[in-house]
Design a protein around this ligand. Structure first.
Ligand code: MTE
Length: 318
């Protein structure tokens, strides 16, 4: 089946601009200064007012990815985070402001034509941003919906020019125990790492996130660059990436090293496969507090189920 993927410039202004951004613009038209709104949002939720990429937002919405539920407010998502580098609880957003997101660069290495260290703003200058409204399902049985801005991971794979022998893409988070108190806890296998197959990395859903809610994302979301894989449990969506390595062998991830019986490599969402300590049948939706039924591949099966057809003997859902 041919699916026409509309380009940003083909979308009407009302469709391209989510309601929250549209309302902000209306407020501007009513005489409120842009700076004061952004500065307020920055102070309240931990955004970086001086972010040099701020002018790239908001990006056009890609309406191929639709939600079946309302968006979760930033007031909620920016104050309820998993970012173990800053603590193994949800209230890390203030501590995460210690993270310095400039200068920032990403090392692309391993099985590539040429190793590169790319300054984050040079990377942003090479690619086209778009906004996607995605569901996020944490392995802890809560979920949220976020308007992420970013670009397909496939674009980074293309820039990296991997060799034919590369089978996996390995991501690594920053390592700086001076600012990240969690990293002083030596029983965790720092730095945080995650791994996907090349086929997963080049699937259209795999998204590198740079912003949220129409602006550079707040630090607690994993600024300045994080992954979002909406069909997998949230721990695969690694934050604050500093290194992307192409490999032939699959290294163990942070969570596989720490608790191999509970957090596996594939981690695809499946309501019928329970976590060893709790059911995955339902999820608490952060926007409304309702319990909703969890969907296979978090509802994204039409995009990703074919990735796994030949892998029936693998533990695809843990
Ligand atoms: N990335 C890093 N580096 N450190 C983390 O602790 N937590 C993961 C994932 N990425 C985590 C991470 C988990 S368990 C989830 S559910 C999501 O980030 C949470 O993303 P959020 O805080 O934006 O909701």
């Amino acid at each position: 089946m041919f699916v026409h993927r509309r380009r940003g410039w083909e979308i009407k202004e009302s469709a391209a601009t989510p309601e929250w951004a549209y309302l902000n613009r209306r407020q501007l038209a009513l005489g409120l200064a842009a700076g004061s709104i952004i500065a307020f949002a920055g102070r309240a939720l931990g955004g970086d007012e001086a972010d040099p990429s701020a002018g790239l937002y908001p990006a056009a919405n890609n309406d191929r990815y639709v939600l079946d539920r309302p968006l979760t407010d930033e007031e909620i998502t920016a104050r309820y985070n998993n970012f173990y580098e800053f603590g193994s609880h949800k209230e890390i957003w203030e501590r995460a402001q210690e993270l310095k997101v400039r200068p920032w660069s990403v090392l692309v290495d391993g099985l590539v034509e040429a190793e590169q260290t790319i300054a984050i703003d040079d990377l942003f200058a090479k690619i086209r941003f778009e906004e996607r409204l995605y569901r996020h399902r944490c392995v802890e049985a809560w979920s949220m919906t976020v308007p992420w801005t970013g670009f397909p991971l496939a674009d980074l794979v293309a820039l990296a020019k991997p060799l034919a022998s590369a089978k996996y893409v390995v991501f690594q988070t920053f390592m700086d125990p001076d600012i990240a108190p969690g990293q002083r806890q030596s029983w965790y296998p720092w730095p945080y790492t995650e791994v996907v197959t090349i086929a997963e990395a080049t699937n259209e859903l795999a998204f590198l996130v740079t912003g949220a809610y129409g602006k550079p994302m707040a630090k607690q979301f994993g600024a300045p660059l994080r992954l979002h894989l909406p069909w997998k449990y949230g721990f695969k969506s690694i934050k604050s990436i500093v290194r992307v390595t192409f490999a032939e062998e699959r290294p163990k991830t942070y969570w596989e090293t720490l608790v191999p019986d509970e957090y596996g490599f594939w981690a695809n969402v499946n309501p019928e496969v329970s976590h060893p300590r709790w059911s995955q049948a339902t999820e608490r939706f952060l926007a409304t507090g309702e319990r909703l039924p969890t969907q296979l591949y978090n509802g994204y099966g039409e995009f990703v189920a074919s990735l796994y057809t030949g892998l029936k003997n693998e533990p695809l859902f843990m």
